[in-house]
Design a protein around this ligand. Structure first.
Ligand SMILES: [Zn+2]
Length: 422
């Protein structure tokens, strides 16, 4: 995993402020919760551990969880299994941090209206944390740092901001801050946002709120970096990334979220997609839910001008992702799931498959979906790795995802705060 200095003091502030619901000033939520309920001990034994940092696999590993937080981890010959623990035998299976989607949408406007159901679906597929970028800020998050949490952890930005003028930026940011948003989100493209983003970013920074921006073009990516953006919410898709952009991203430690499946979703319904017959997909989609995608109108839309544009932009988005990754820029797995035709839970696995297709190694993609994703959104040391002090969110797989990224779909079980959710 990337060991450059942490993003910026801003994100540390964010992480402490966002996680401060536990009360203790200056402490991370994991440590606080663990101390509160030491009596609740669960011990995972026999697993082959991939820790989410890209470190070596630990054979015959033991993970001890107290009050929802990892307290100890290591090989069975160095970690002593406590006598009072509830033991979970995972012999020969692969234990990884739960996957983190750094660009999702959890709201009532997509194919499914119930927010709790959406969080359950993400959890079912092993997506244990979602950053929802551009939706209601009032989605339920009160249990986010509870040891009894049993569905996906949710972080939200509130609605994507589009102030009418730079002078309105401060009020817009104040509005989402008052809603309790964890992030600020806005769009910057040919459709708008270019004259207002410097003021939005400045106003968000004043409140120690991180900012994710939807960009499509290289020049916008450069501009928002210069203004102090925290996260690039999509790929650069209009031209190849250049040395200047790479340097700015490295210098400011800003990550990019590829959202390759977002492009895929614009054109994949031109024909009946193969995944409509995938049993893993059908676990949480009924065949009658898919009928809308098989109508002549839907198929024509997927062959329209806009769809063609994104289809043609996808190979460049993939090349840019790899170029940035190879230069050491952080890549955070994210999908833009939630809107119609971008299936929550399943599309995160499809995203990881496409990231490998694009040229990243399975090992790098796994880190990008766990430890690196957490680091990119200011939650390093809190989520995304199998290390002491980190919340016990795990995906357990039957087959090695390093051999084949499709093995992320061989899910044996999913755990959030040490609680089994699948
Ligand atoms: Zn989005």
């Amino acid at each position: 995993m990337n060991t450059r200095p942490s993003i910026a003091p801003l994100l540390l502030l964010f992480s402490l402020a966002a996680c401060g619901e536990q009360g203790e000033a200056g402490s991370v939520p994991g440590a606080a919760a663990g101390a509160e309920s030491e009596q609740d001990v669960r011990v995972f034994v026999g697993a082959r551990i991939l820790d989410g940092t890209g470190g070596p696999l630990v054979e015959d590993g033991v993970v001890i969880v107290r009050g929802g937080v990892i307290s100890e981890v290591g090989a069975s010959d160095v970690v002593t299994v406590p006598a009072d623990g509830d033991v979970v035998d995972l012999e020969g299976r692969f234990l990884l941090p739960g996957f983190i989607n750094t660009h999702g949408h959890v709201d009532s406007g997509g194919d499914r209206s119930d927010i709790g159901e959406q969080l359950d679906i993400y959890a079912h597929y092993g997506i244990t944390t979602v950053l929802s970028l551009g939706d209601q800020a009032d989605a339920p998050r009160e249990e986010r740092w509870s040891p009894t949490l049993d569905r996906t952890r949710l972080f939200v930005s509130g609605p994507s901001l589009s102030p009418a003028s730079p002078a309105d930026a401060g009020d817009e940011v104040a509005r989402v801050a008052a809603m309790g948003a964890d992030w600020v989100k806005m769009h910057v493209n040919a459709g708008g946002g270019r004259d207002t983003y410097p003021d939005v970013i400045a106003a968000a920074r004043e409140r120690a709120l991180p900012v994710a921006i939807h960009i499509e073009e290289l020049e916008d990516a450069r501009g928002v970096l210069e203004a102090g953006v925290t996260l690039l919410g999509h790929s650069v898709r209009d031209q190849p990334v250049d040395e200047d952009l790479i340097e700015r991203m490295l210098e400011r430690d800003v990550c990019l979220v590829p959202t390759l499946t977002r492009e895929l979703s614009t054109f994949v319904y031109a024909d009946r997609p193969d995944f409509f017959d995938d049993p893993f997909f059908l676990e949480r989609s009924a065949p009658e839910d898919l009928e809308d995608f098989l109508t002549p109108q839907r198929q024509a839309q997927a062959e329209g001008e806009s769809a063609r544009y994104w289809r043609e932009a996808l190979p460049l988005a993939m090349e840019n992702m790899v170029r940035l990754h190879e230069a050491g820029v952080g890549i955070a797995m994210g999908t833009d799931t939630g809107p119609s035709g971008r299936f929550q839970g399943y599309f995160e696995h499809l995203e990881m498959e496409m990231m490998v297709e694009g040229g990243m190694s399975p090992e790098a993609v796994l880190v990008s979906a766990t430890g690196e994703a957490a680091r990119c959104i200011g939650l390093e040391g809190v989520l995304g790795t199998i290390e002491p002090g980190v919340w016990a969110d795990f995906v357990v797989l039957d087959a090695d995802p390093r051999d084949d990224i499709l093995n992320t779909r061989t899910i044996h079980s999913v755990w959030i705060a040490g609680n089994q959710v699948r």
